[in-house]
Each structure stands twice: as C-alpha cells, then as structure tokens.
Design a protein. Sequence first.
Length: 222
Amino acid sequence: MSNSNVSRILGVLVAAIVIGGVIGWIASQKTPHSVPAPNSTRADQTVATPSDAAVISDPAPKNSLPQPPTSAVVPAVTNGTDEAEVWEEKLDAILVADGDENKKAEQLLEMMPKLDEEAQTEVAGHIVNLLDDQHFTNVTQYLTNAEVPEAVSSVFMNDLYNRENSLKLPLVLAVARNEKHPLREEAKDLLELYIEEDHGADWNAWETAMTTWLKEHPDDEK
C-alpha cells in the first residue's frame, strides 16, 4: 500500500472520530424531558396555601346560609282576648254615649266573640235591655246556637219571655228542636204551655200547631 493511501485512510478515521465526538458533545448538552417533581410549580398556576385550602374545604357557616322567611304567627280570635279592664271600659263608653239604643246593642254584640263566658253574660244583660222587638233577632245566633254557654243563652231566653208571641214562639221552637241545646227541654215545656199540645219530636206538627195558635192569638190581644 502506498504512503498516500495510508495517509488518506488515517485522515478519514480521524475525521470520523472528531465528528463522532462533536455529535456526542452536542447530545450531552440537550436537557432531557422529565416529569416535574411533586413540589414543582408552573409560573401560571397558583399554589393553595394551607389557609387557602382551609377556606376552600370548610363549608360556609350555617348562619351565613339564606334562611326562609319566618311568617308572622297571627293568633286566632278566641274568647277571653280582652282583659277585664279593657272590655269594661268599652262597655261603659258605649252605654253612656248618646245615640240609638239598638245601635249600642249592635256595638255590644260585636264585642261578644272576644269575651269570656262571665263577661259575655254581663254584656248580654245590657244587650237585651237595649234591643226592641224589631231588632231582637240580632241575638238569634246566641240564643239558638248549642255551642254558646248556657249562662249566656239563658239571658236571651229569659228576656224572650217578655217579647211578643210572634217573635217568641218561633225562636223557642228553634231551641226546642235542637237536640244538643242545653235549653231544649225548657223551650219544649214553654211550647206545651202556650199551645197546650204535645207533639213529641214531630217538629213539623209543632210548627203547624204553633202557626195555628199565633193566628188565633194575635199579639194585640195579649
């Protein structure tokens, strides 16, 4: 082999070694892709601090939640809602005021549902003293209603005895035919006294007999 060929081969080998070394050096300078460490962060991310984490994880306090509106409880009107001194003042004011007595009785009737039994009994006594026959039917609900205390309905029943027969007997019949009314026996006895007949529980017969009796005994002949 000639010296020129040997020199050429050696030059190629040296060049190859040099090029390989350069390539290896360049490769060693490149940063390999790696998975970030658990604690590493990115510049565009916000790391939650312990205090932030607490705010995020803790539910809002119960008292900060919107509560449904509480509706006002309005008490029902029942007997005994007016204190004694209050209704007595109202009673006195009505009785001493000027004006029509029947109108005063209507004002007292408006008070009745708000009073207890004792007060109703007292007020009822004033009502019957104020009402004339024409307006007496305003108290029918207190006379014929079986739910009204007996002491109260008795005030109206006792006063009814002094009223005209055409007013008295129909109301007495209404009380007598009410099986739950505490004054039904008293009312039935009164019917028998006037009509002088006993029709037992046949209330249609009672009504017919009463109507006949009233025609035969007009009020102007009392």
